[in-house]
Write a protein that binds this ligand. Structure first.
Ligand SMILES: Nc1ncnc2c1ncn2[C@@H]1O[C@H](COP(=O)(O)OP(=O)(O)OP(=O)(O)O)[C@@H](O)[C@H]1O
Ligand SMILES: [Mg+2]
Length: 314
């Protein structure tokens, strides 16, 4: 069966590599750790892994580890007996149990407390656990897919995340690249969301104006694909013609259209403009390279290189 990933594949090497790994790991029945910034598609990837695995006939149970306070999260994961704690009026089956012979998606796994981490580690090691307030030991066969937007390795080194659990989860890490590192996919992705939201809102918009794509390619996309999708949906709702133009973009994004792009670069005018732009930005943020990088929408390495190349004084 061909690997199916909903949405758009795109041609950027970093995203293709992630897809290649997703495809390889899906049938392998091993633990997967999905890494990536917010909105890069981790949940979508988890669903794709499960849908392409031999366990697909059984549920993929989703638990957002950040959504519930500690005691509730544990009873959600492991279940509880009637009367296990105040408010436990009935017996409840835990998510591990529900996911038996299927998979469990531990979303935002980096937010787990050390105590809950210890309990999850035990299930991963022994496949056994006890529901809260019960002395019955249950056995489960569940595939773990975990996701986080944190640097879990760093958290493990500094003691905020259990090292032993980190190694258990880190069997097959896959990083979903941020949108700013796959700018070549922006025209395709924009097209994809244009079509999708035109259907949803019953609009007939034929094209995205080149200036819009141009501003997309200069913008930094901190919210990644989710942000792009939202920008397109808003644009589709606002648009009254057959072309999506700058006017339908959020004001903060419109200004990115006026930054020099490939054409200016080709004309040879770009280095001067770029030097000027970087210099002004650095002045504006009092030399804070992190901020400057975000405003300019380039990587730290790129910025450092340009500062050196242009001999700027920061
Ligand atoms: N490759 C893709 N093609 C099309 N749409 C995508 C793709 N990746 C993500 N999306 C869309 O972007 C949005 C965010 O994706 P998702 O919820 O999977 O991200 P996430 O990494 O889990 O984010 P968070 O860390 O904030 O939970 C969703 O609406 C999803 O449909
Ligand atoms: Mg998510």
């Amino acid at each position: 069966m061909a690997f199916e990933f909903p949405g758009v594949t795109g041609g950027s090497p970093s995203f293709r590599e992630a897809l290649r790994l997703l495809e390889l790991v899906s049938p392998a029945d091993t633990t997967v750790l999905l890494l990536g910034e917010t909105g890069t598609g981790k949940e979508l990837a988890a669903q794709a892994i499960h849908a392409n695995s031999p366990r697909r006939g059984r549920p993929l149970v989703v638990v957002n580890c950040a959504a519930l306070p500690e005691p509730l999260l544990e009873s959600e994961l492991f279940g509880h007996e009637k009367g296990a704690f105040t408010g436990a009026a009935t017996r409840k089956e835990g998510r591990f149990q529900v996911g038996d012979r299927g998979a469990l998606f531990l979303d935002e796994v980096g937010e787990l407390s050390l105590a809950t981490q210890a309990k999850i580690l035990r299930v991963l090691q022994t496949r056994e656990f006890e529901p809260l307030g019960s002395n019955r030991t249950l056995k489960v066969d569940v595939r773990i897919i975990a996701a986080t937007n944190r640097d879990l390795e760093k958290e493990a080194r500094s003691g905020r995340f259990r090292e032993d659990l980190f190694y258990r989860l880190n069997v097959f890490p896959i990083t979903l690249p941020p949108l700013r590192e796959r700018r070549e996919d922006l025209p395709l992705l924009a097209r994809h969301f244009l079509v999708r939201h035109c259907e949803k809102h019953r609009k007939k918009i034929k094209a995205v104006a080149p200036e819009v794509i141009h501003s997309f390619q200069r913008y930094n996309w901190p919210g990644n694909i989710r942000e792009l999708e939202n920008v397109l949906e808003r644009g589709v709702i606002l648009c009254q013609t057959d072309t999506l133009t700058l006017r339908e973009l959020p004001p903060a994004m419109q200004e990115y259209a006026f930054r020099p792009g490939a054409q200016e670069e080709a004309a040879g005018a770009w280095p001067d403009l770029e030097r000027e732009l970087i210099s002004r930005t650095l002045q504006k943020v009092a030399g804070d390279r992190g901020q400057a990088r975000d405003i300019l929408g380039i990587s730290q390495e790129e910025l450092d290189l340009k500062i050196r190349t242009y001999g700027l004084d920061y």
